[in-house]
Unconditional design. Structure first.
Length: 546
């Protein structure tokens, strides 16, 4: 048995989730559900990033305390993830006292081991607002590509930045140009980890190509030391005398949430967090699931912190998604050009959303969400292929066999093909190739539909009831196994099938439904979405721009 740790990126608690963010997080839930079904020991954690600059900026704009903003959106995130079926073992938040304690302990360990040092630097200061500006409070022209960028990272070319690197700088709060003033901070000696990280990345397996390429680029450019504290009033206190007015920088603090969440989970459940973090027991596989913009923090910064602290397991698999666009244009929260998750799940089935984001999501390249593709995806694949196969089989049994599974025997060829499907799709899931895995399963569904069309049970029952029953018995075995194979991807409809057939909880192995088992409480898995909704949704999206 393996101990599988899955860390999902922590969304900033400063505004509603949009679909692009969920697309980057959903693979974590697929992995967690799969490994649990396989019988592995799983710990799947994440939480709301309540300390980030976006939270503080939003609080200033609304004239409330940052904690008020964090409370509002943490509650919303928790509900959205619940409705979408995310099966976190713990979804927490970074403004908890136990998180602060873990971050401070890690900071002191790095200090004790000689990886933090003091340095006086020039930092941007806004004379209008009379405060030092965190990196994300500063915007300007990127020195590499010339596009507008934040003070910590350019979204266009992925360069990691310092606010002083930018030209034409402005304060994000007031729009005025900041000045530079000296201030003292702790720096993480990231450059000292360059040899170890280079070797670590060289040996990495199971990273998506974007993570490999971007990380190698940063290593080739050389890793600079980075500030570990900032002049802020909102965040984790620096546990060192003389630094009472500063806070631990969020890029160190937020990734440390994976460890603090694991310890919180253990404290609340009696579980053993060390079995997922310290080698020596069951083999550990650590997955990290996030968007492309978070790659360096998971492939370089977090491994460096773990190496600096000592004795903690490094990331194994990096599942980094590309970006998602909306109707061919980049998501823009400021222009309200977005599909907001609370709105989407109030009107559409969660499995429809999950299926689209996995089958058509930004796994290896940028992907586009369009209302046309979303609705045709639901009608064509979920309803037309999967739902049709399940409901046509079960409703025919109800009508012609009194709702009881007919007598029959699954042929060896069918059984072997189903077992092969478990093996092949399982390999793809473990490698983070979810799009290929779900397509493989749906290709099998299309083959099953073809089998029904060829056997024509509606005609055969008039000629040979026993042969008709054999066909339907075979279909029932396929359906029972599809409820397991698709459980990681579309759990709600698979749960319905288990209810119809009163099946055991999902496991990643072949199962059989005995003859004469009664089908109960049969309902449609999916209903057709009228295609007129495409134009309605497009009009609503455009109307929000006015």
């Amino acid at each position: 048995m393996a101990a599988v740790f899955i860390g999902g990126a922590w969304p900033y608690a400063n505004g509603s989730l949009h679909l692009g963010r969920v697309a980057s997080l959903l693979p974590g839930d697929v992995l967690a559900r799969y490994f649990r079904a396989k019988g592995e020991k799983v710990l799947y954690v994440s939480g709301s990033d309540c300390h980030g600059t976006p939270v503080a900026v939003q609080a200033i704009q609304e004239g409330v305390a940052p904690g008020d903003i964090a409370d509002r959106y943490h509650a919303e995130f928790t509900e959205c993830f619940r409705q979408l079926g995310f099966s976190y073992d713990l979804y927490t938040r970074t403004d908890r006292s136990d998180h602060h304690q873990v971050v401070q302990e890690l900071f002191l360990k790095l200090l004790e081991n000689g990886y933090l040092y003091r340095k006086t630097i020039l930092q941007t200061y806004c004379e209008t607002d009379q405060r030092f500006l965190p990196d994300r409070y500063v915007e300007g022209k990127c020195p590499v590509c010339g596009n507008r960028a934040r003070g910590d990272q350019c979204d266009y070319c992925s360069t990691l930045l310092d606010p002083l690197d930018l030209s034409e700088k402005i304060c994000k709060l007031c729009g005025n140009a900041p000045v530079e003033r000296p201030t003292e901070h702790y720096y993480l000696a990231l450059s000292r980890f360059q040899p170890e990280l280079t070797e670590y990345v060289r040996q990495a397996e199971g990273w998506r190509d974007n993570a490999v390429q971007l990380t190698e680029r940063y290593l080739e450019e050389g890793l600079p030391d980075r500030a570990a504290t900032r002049d802020l009033s909102w965040g984790v206190d620096v546990p060192v005398e003389g630094f009472e007015d500063k806070r631990i920088y969020v890029w160190i603090e937020a990734v440390s949430g994976y460890l603090s969440a694991s310890k919180q989970w253990a404290a609340e459940t009696g579980g053993d967090w060390e079995s997922f973090w310290r080698d020596g027991g069951d083999p550990i596989i650590a997955y990290y699931v996030h968007g492309k913009d978070n790659i360096p923090f998971h492939t370089l910064v977090w491994p460096a912190l773990l190496l600096g602290a000592g004795g903690l397991h490094l990331p194994d698999r990096i599942i980094a998604c590309e970006y998602m666009t909306l109707e061919g244009k980049k998501f823009s929260t400021s222009r309200n050009w977005a599909v907001w998750v609370p709105d989407l799940i109030s009107r559409y089935q969660p499995d429809s959303i999950r299926y689209f984001l996995i089958a058509n999501g930004p796994e290896k390249r940028d992907a586009d969400f369009s209302w046309r593709e979303f609705i045709y995806s639901h009608n064509g694949e979920l309803l037309g292929a999967f739902g049709n196969f399940v409901n046509r089989t079960l409703s025919f049994i109800e009508k012609s066999f009194g709702g009881y599974v007919p007598e029959g025997e699954l042929g060896e060829e069918w059984r072997r093909s189903i077992e092969d499907l478990y093996r092949a799709s399982g390999v793809l899931i473990e490698e983070g190739r979810l799009k290929e895995a779900i397509e493989l399963i749906f290709a099998y569904i299309r083959g099953a539909n073809k089998y029904v069309d060829e056997q024509k049970p509606w005609a055969r029952i008039k000629e040979n009831r026993e042969a008709c029953g054999q066909t339907l018995h075979t279909c029932m075995q396929i359906i029972a196994n599809l409820a397991r194979l698709l459980h990681p991807f579309i759990p709600f409809s698979c749960e319905k099938i288990r209810g119809f057939l009163h099946l055991e909880p999902p496991a990643w192995r072949f199962t059989a439904v005995p003859a004469n088992r009664q089908i109960r409480n049969l309902t449609l898995l999916f209903e057709r979405i009228d295609v007129s909704r495409i134009e309605e949704e497009a009009r609503l999206l455009e109307k929000r721009q006015m």
